[in-house]
Every structure is written in structure tokens, then in C-alpha cells.
Write a protein of this length. Sequence first.
Length: 339
Amino acid sequence: MTRLILAVETSCDETAAAVVADGREIRASVVASQVDLHAHFGGVVPELAGRAHLARIVPVVAEALGAAGLGSAAAPPVAAVAATAGPGLIGALLVGVSFAKALAMAWGVPYVGVNHLEGHLYASLLEDPEIRLPAVVVLVSGGHSLIVEMTGPRAYAVLGETVDDAAGEAFDKVARFLGLGYPGGPAIEKAAARGDPTAIAFPRPMLRDGLDLSFSGLKTAVVHYVRAHPDVSGADVAASFQAAVVEILVEKALRAAVVSRARSVCLAGGVAANGPLRAAIRRAADGAGLGAYLPSLAMCTDNAAMIAAAAHFNLVGDGPSALDAGAEPGLAFPGARVR
């Protein structure tokens, strides 16, 4: 019997809803972006994000149910309703969690709270269920950078993580410093396309040291260089910075694959949409005889389909979440740290 799960995602600045069958098949996925709302401020304003989620969640969920062919039923035949429970902005999270719980109670089905980071691991699996496992997943988003060994659904271990800034955070801060706009990742990539990635020898922090990551020193090096060379080409700075981030992530991914004897390398998270990173990961994986799985651009950014997929496997493995379980803005990744 097919198990349909409706999920909502409101951890930051995307209001999303999706219906997924058996954790594998996307029946509908709808995302309402708030980028234009926050662009003027150069970053996400939590209060505005929460208010936007309140205004958009009902029509977004209705659109997802309609696209999945479930819109006409008073109580759509879903097995559960899921929501991102953390990490994220507390006001934004509470909108999704409260809405999902209300629907679950009204429809008489279980509620499942999902870890947002865990959800990202399912992006590639949703689009390519035949991924060769074990896989190393390089999870790089706005506030998190993790290198995860995934041996199957709900079976993962953290091999490395950032000791300071996340990769996406570094992109945003460098883009803001260079006056390139928000969000920083696409802005840096666009500017870098006009620059020379070899023009400036920015440092590669911790490149040869284990599997942990560090981007704070790189960000600081960019600031110091530009202040010392005020006439430098912004495009060259962007290209050289981006090249450093890409080299660090690719080096760590391949080293993790060797350590864990992985058969594949996957990207996940918003930074996974970066074109040069995707190309470099594919080249490196091909050269090492590994599979390379790159989620579509729509599945890199926050979406509810990945939350529904994670919810399916968590529901099967652990059962429903308690209705009194709250939102946790600092929720930790569920995989244990190893090595």
C-alpha cells in the first residue's frame, strides 16, 4: 500500500509544501521564495520571514495537495503530516510545526517532526534511488557544512564539520562585503564568471588537515586583500574566493570517500547549486572511479519533498513524533561524529 506524506518546510525563507509517496516518489512540490522580501536587507530578517510564512502556508499547502490530486477531499488520504522541527529560525519553524500538527489532529493522522539537515540527505535519493552506497554526502548550506557518511536511510555518521563559518555563510559575507547583493552564493557565482580564478592566491584553510572544514580565515583573507588593494577587480576576487571554496570541498569529499571506502559522492544543500562546485565534484569523482550524484537545482535549496522523504523513513523506523514536541532552532544533526 502506498504511503503518502504531506510535509511543510518553513525553517528559513522558503515556504514549501510537498506530497511524497513511500519516501521515493515526488507527487507534488511547491516552494514560495522570500528572496525578494529580504534582498533589500542583505539577509533574512527573522520577523519578516515568520510573517511571510503565516501569509503563504495555507495557499502553498493547498497548491501542493491540488497538484498531487488530493485537493478535493476534506481529509486527504495521507499517512502523516510532517514539518521541519529544526534547526532554523524559531519564529519560522513554529509556523510550520504548528500548522502540520493542526492538520494531523484534524485529519486523525500522525505528525512527524523532521531534522532539516537530515532532510537534505534525501535530495539525491529522491531523484536517483539507485545511488551506490555507502556514499559521502557533502552537505553545504547557509548555516551548516557537514561531511556525512550515508550507508542507507537513517544510517549516517558525521566525518567532518566546520569549525567556524559554514561555506554558505562565507559566500553571503563575502558577497555583502563586495557589494554583490543577496543571496551571496548566486551573486558570487555570477561575478566570478567574469573573473580569473587564479588571479589571487587566497588561502585554503585546513586543506590537508583531516576532514573538518574552516572558512572564516578565507573570508577574512578576502577582506584584508581588498582593503590592501582597493583597485582590484571584484570579479577576480569573487572567482578566486570561489575557487578556494571549491578546492577545499572537493579535497575533503575525496579524502572522506577514501577513509570511509565510499562508492559515491553526493552534494546537498544550497551551496550544492554552485555550478563550478558541481562540475569539480563530478570530475573528481569520475577520476576516482566513484559515482557522482548531484541533486537538481530545485532540490538543492530548501524544499518540503526532502522533508517528506525523511519523514517516511523516520515514521517507519521510530513511529510518529509527540504532539507536544516543539521546534528546536539549534537542533543537532542526528548522525554521531566518528573518526
